[in-house]
Design a protein around this ligand. Sequence first.
Ligand code: C2E
Ligand code: CA
Ligand code: CA
Length: 583
Amino acid sequence: YSEVEDGRFFVFLRDIEERKRAEKQIEYMAYYDVLTGLPNRMLLLDRLNQAVAHAHRYRNMLAVCYLDLDGFKPVNDRHGHHVGDELLITVSEYLKAVVREGDTLARIGGDEFVILLTSVTSLPDCEDAVRRILDAIHKPIEVMGHRIHMSASIGITVYPTDNSNADRLLRNADQAMYKAKEAGKSRYWIFDPIRDTYLHTHRQILSEFEAALHNDELVLFYQPRIDLTSGQMISAEALIRWNYPGKGALLPGAFLPSISETPKELELGEWVVKRALDQHMEWRQQGLHVPVSVNISPRQIQLEGFADYLAKLLPQYPDGTANNLELEFLETFSVANTSEVARVMQRCVELGIKFSLDDFGTGYSSLTYFHRLPIHTLKIDQNFVSQMLTDASDLDIVEGVVRLSETLRRPIVAEGVESVEIGLMLLQLGCQYAQGYGIAHPMPAEQLPQWISEWSQTNVWAQLHNERAENGIPIALNVATFAHRRWLKALEQYIRQEPEAECPPLDDDQCQFARWYRGTGKSRYGRRPGFDGLREVHEALHTEAKSLVFLCESGRRGEAEGKLASLRDQSREFTRLIRSLID
Ligand code: C2E
Ligand code: CA
Ligand code: CA
């Protein structure tokens, strides 16, 4: 072009070159990190997309490693940006040296790097590679006359175990990197997709729960607690339900775990106490006296703030309201260790509140508990109670706990009383208070008044009580005769073919009386004259019952019915013997 005199051509061409270079520069800056020359986030995502597609097609493994230098910021602050920049360049050189061909190393932010490992074939293989990377960095680095000790934390996620898209993979690796930092730095952490889904639903529930608290979606159900010796309701336990739109009432097990250990847990605890007290007042206006029991989380009674809250709340109610509030807490290991708990509880007690220890028998409580903490009542866990008639070891536990409560002079409440039989057995053992499906299921507050009025007319416990009042006999014996009469009644109904009648146990060691005889009966009255004789009479009754049932089964029902009268006489004689045993 030298022949061109005018020179305009020349300028034009130089212009093109310049532009091309500029474009290249711009392109470079769009895809590469200027400081280290490594691919940047943009190029990384592009490569990651390709790598995922490739791994999907060829069923290969792909590991995304998110690396963050530990303590880079202090170095930067102390020695200045020049040193920081040099350090980053050196680190990237070290990394390049250990990354295999085909893998991608990128710098995607200040001190954050990502390595795509495409050549790994197994998790151990991948961990080896990551350890090499950590080792490469974990050594003193000389930068501009400074000797700097470096380390890094790496989060890893592995495709296809983590079957996510490129964007998500990067985020999951990032999240795992934070776990590595939390775990103490200079280490790696592998993302667990199963755990993540789990955490995700927890988070989901938590965020919906926040709204529920303010949208009146939470309600308290109440389960009556009765005195087995009189049949009277003595209080009601508040149990939370979540009226989840479209799903009905969710049980606490479905959502409490998700809010446990979060601030919402504490907010809920305060809400429940206030709601239960308001309900107590509403009932009071209807002329009903219903003390309330509220469950609180173990964390709550370690917080001074909870006592503060109660101290502020209670004066809003009439004097003495606190005496109608009981807090149920679970025995947990943390509770045993903290003196804060004792302090917070003591403050509550000074306000007039009582405490019961929930689910007793399942936790870690030691007897020293009872000296250190103001516990008024023990609650035996429902799992022991509901199985105590079918599982001998559960019966042993219940009996042991009852004895223990006598020693500690604490009243005991049995939960999980699913039948009258269980309640009878508890009475025999000496347990006075009970709640459970056999008495009432938890119910909305509005239903409680109606339940109370029906209950006072129909419950067997009150009948038992009245009978005892008339005859003035001790409860254990009364239970024995009561159990026997129920057996006889069932037998009569069966022989007369009354609807839904079921044959009671025919073996003389299977019935309710037999349980009493072997257990409480033996330990309390076993030495008295007449105790041994009871067995023979009882056996004779059962033999007679067997023969009546045999008559029915061989088509001679009329004959059996005719013999019922003499069985009744036998039974009367039997109960007379029981009573004379105690006189
Ligand atoms: P819990 O305090 O041991 O409450 C007794 C649980 O047993 C309740 O379950 C109740 O409905 C159930 N239950 C009652 N009678 C029987 C029975 O005869 N048989 C059987 N199998 N179960 C019976 P729910 O309502 O699902 O509550 C579960 C747990 O959730 C409660 O156990 C309590 O620890 C917790 N909880 C409930 N409400 C609250 C609350 O407001 N705050 C806190 N922190 N925890 C609560
Ligand atoms: Ca409870
Ligand atoms: Ca329980």
